[in-house]
Design a binder for this molecule. Structure first.
Ligand SMILES: Cc1cc2nc3c(=O)[nH]c(=O)nc-3n(C[C@H](O)[C@H](O)[C@H](O)COP(=O)(O)OP(=O)(O)OC[C@H]3O[C@@H](n4cnc5c(N)ncnc54)[C@H](O)[C@@H]3O)c2cc1C
Length: 457
C-alpha cells in the first residue's frame, strides 16, 4: 500500500498539532515490538491518538486511501503483532491512559493506553483487584492485553483477560465506533461480540475503551519453592497438584532459566537444579498454609530435592519477581525466538521432554519457563544473529516446537497471540474449515483488509 505525501498532509491537517508524527527519528520507537522482528519497517506515519475521535479520523482516512493500520499499545508483544509495515499508519494509544473505578458496579472504565499496573493500582485504592497479571504487567497496556487476551501467573486460578472484560468501545474498519457490553455481570443480548474482539490482535477493530471487572483484593499468599534434579519430577508434581488442589500460582523454571535469573539477581537460586517450581496459595488463613503444606507433601513425594515455604511477603515477592524476569534475564544471552506453546496438562511432560530433544537435535540452547499449571510453556530459543548457521538451526527448532505442540493436541500460542511470527502454523493447528471461518469473520468486518495487515491471517 502506498500513499502520496500530499494526501498524508490531509491527515495531519485533520488532527490537532502533534498527533501525527512523520519524522523518521521519532517513528523509530514504533517500528518494532518485543519480538524484535528484523523485517519491521518504518511506517508512513504514527498517529498518537488522544481519544476515540482521533482514532476514528485516522481509520476513516486510512479507509479512504486504502492504507493499512497497525494498532499499538506499549509494544511489549512477543509475536510481532505491533510490527510496523512500510506505508502503514501506526495508531498508538499510549496517550489514552484514563482510568475510572466504580465501586458500586466493581468495574474500571479504562482507556487502552493505561498500563496493566496502573489499573491494578487504581483498583487497589478501593480495596479491589484486577487479576490478569502478565509478567510484563508493569510495562504492557490494557489495549494490548485485550487485543492478545493476555494471560499471566495467577490465571491458573483466576482466568485470563477475557474473563474480566465486560465491555469495549471499538473503532471498526470504516471508522464507526461501537459500544459493546457494559458494566453488567450478565448480558447475553446478541452475539458475544465482546469475546470476539478480545484476542483479535488488532485485526477486527481498534479498542479505545474497556470496561473491566474487578474483584475483592487478593489475600496475601503463602508461597512454596521446590527444586528438582529432574525436569520430569517437576512436571509430575504439577500434574499431581492440579488433580486435587487449586493454587493461585504454579510456575516452572528450568535450569537455563534459573541460571539466567541467578546471573542477574545473585539471590542464591540452586544453579545445579534441573527445575524449580513456584507455587502460591491465596486461600484465607489458615487454609493457605494448609494448602501449601499439601503442595509440599506432593513435591516431596514426587522427588523434590528441596522444598521451602514462606509467608514473608518480601521473600515471596522476590521469588515471583525472579520468575517474572526470566525473559529479560535471557535477553543478554543472544537473540531470542520466543515460543508460547500450550498443551492439555497431561501432555506437559511429553512437551517438555520433546523440547529437550529438539534442542539437542538442532544444537541450540532452549530455556523453558512455564505457566505450568495452565500447561502453557515459553521455550526461549537462544541464537547469535550474526551466525547464519546457528540462526537457521534456531528457526528449525522454533518450527519443530510448534509442530510438537500441535501434535500433542496443543496450541501454538497460549497467550502472546499469533501476530506475524506464528501465522504459518495457524492452519496446522485449527484446520482449513476453522481457518476459513476466521477469514470470513475478518472479511465481514474489514473487507479492505486495512486492520493490522499481515498479522494472524
Ligand atoms: C518480559 C515480558 C514478559 C511477558 N509476559 C507475558 C505474560 O506472562 N503473559 C502474556 O500474556 N504476555 C506476556 N508478554 C507479552 C506482552 O506483554 C503481552 O502480549 C501484552 O498483552 C502486550 O501489550 P502491549 O500493550 O505491549 O501491546 P502491543 O505489543 O503494543 O500490541 C500487541 C497486539 O495488540 C494489538 N493492539 C494493541 N493495542 C490495541 C488496541 N487498542 N486495539 C486493538 N489492537 C491493539 C497490536 O496490534 C498487537 O497485535 C510478555 C512480554 C515481555 C516483554
Amino acid at each position: 500500500m502506498s500513499v502520496t505525501t500530499d494526501r498524508l498532509e490531509s491527515l495531519v491537517a485533520a488532527l490537532p498539532d502533534g498527533v501525527v508524527v512523520t519524522d523518521a527519528d521519532r517513528m523509530e520507537k514504533y517500528r518494532q515490538d518485543r519480538a524484535f522482528d528484523p523485517a519491521a519497517e518504518l511506517p508512513l506515519a504514527v498517529v498518537r491518538a488522544r481519544c476515540t475521535e482521533d482514532v476514528q479520523v485516522a481509520v476513516r482516512w486510512a479507509a479512504a486511501h486504502g492504507v493499512g493500520l497497525v494498532p499499538r499499545g506499549a509494544g511489549t508483544g512477543l509475536s510481532g503483532g505491533a510490527t510496523a509495515q512500510a506505508g502503514c499508519l501506526v495508531v498508538s494509544t499510549e496517550r489514552m491512559t484514563a482510568i475510572e473505578v466504580d465501586v458500586d458496579t466493581r468495574t474500571a472504565v479504562v482507556e487502552p493506553g493505561a498500563l496493566n499496573i496502573a489499573v491494578k493500582q487504581a483498583a487497589a485504592e478501593h480495596g479491589l483487584w484486577y487479576p490478569p497479571d502478565p509478567s510484563s504487567y508493569e510495562i504492557c497496556s490494557i489495549g494490548g492485553n485485550v487485543a492478545t487476551n493476555a494471560g499471566g501467573l495467577c490465571c491458573v486460578k483466576y482466568g485470563v483477560t477475557t474473563d474480566y472484560v465486560l465491555g469495549l468501545t471499538v473503532v471498526l474498519a470504516d471508522g464507526t465506533a461501537v459500544e459493546l457490553g457494559g458494566p453488567r455481570l450478565k448480558d447475553v443480548a446478541g452475539l458475544s461480540l465482546v469475546k470476539l474482539f478480545v484476542g483479535s490482535e488488532g485485526t477486527l477493530g481498534i479498542v479505545t475503551r474497556a470496561v473491566l471487572r474487578l474483584v475483592p483484593a487478593q489475600r496475601a499468599p503463602a508461597t512454596l519453592v521446590a527444586t528438582y534434579a529432574s525436569l520430569d519430577d517437576a512436571v509430575s508434581t504439577v500434574l499431581a497438584i492440579s488433580r486435587t488442589l487449586r493454587p493461585s500460582m504454579v510456575e516452572l523454571m528450568d535450569r537455563a532459566s534459573i541460571n539466567a535469573v541467578e546471573d542477574v539477581t545473585r539471590m542464591g537460586l540452586d544453579r545445579s537444579a534441573a527445575a524449580l517450581l513456584l507455587v502460591q496459595s491465596d486461600e484465607a488463613p489458615p487454609r493457605a498454609a494448609a494448602e501449601i503444606e499439601e503442595v509440599a507433601a506432593i513435591c516431596t513425594a514426587n522427588g523434590a530435592t528441596e522444598v521451602v515455604s514462606t509467608d514473608d511477603p518480601d521473600e515471596a515477592a522476590a521469588f515471583v519477581a525472579a520468575r517474572r524476569m526470566v525473559i529479560t534475564a535471557m535477553e543478554p544471552r543472544g537473540s531470542l525466538l520466543l515460543e508460547d506453546v500450550g498443551v492439555p496438562l497431561p501432555r506437559l511432560g511429553e512437551l517438555v521432554r520433546g523440547i529437550e530433544r529438539i534442542a539437542a537435535e538442532h544444537a541450540v540452547e532452549i530455556a523453558v519457563v512455564a505457566h505450568a499449571g495452565d500447561g502453557n510453556t515459553h521455550p526461549l530459543i537462544v541464537h547469535d544473529p550474526t551466525d547464519a548457521d546457528q540462526t537457521a538451526r534456531a528457526h528449525l527448532a522454533y518450527a519443530a516446537v510448534m509442530d510438537l505442540g500441535i501434535a500433542l493436541g496443543g496450541t501454538i500460542t497460549g497467550e502472546h497471540g499469533v501476530g506475524r511470527l506464528k501465522k504459518a502454523w495457524l492452519a496446522d493447528q485449527v484446520g482449513p474449515d476453522v481457518l476459513d471461518l476466521n477469514r470470513r469473520v475478518k472479511q465481514a468486518l474489514d473487507p479492505q483488509g486495512i486492520l493490522n495487515p499481515g498479522a494472524v491471517f
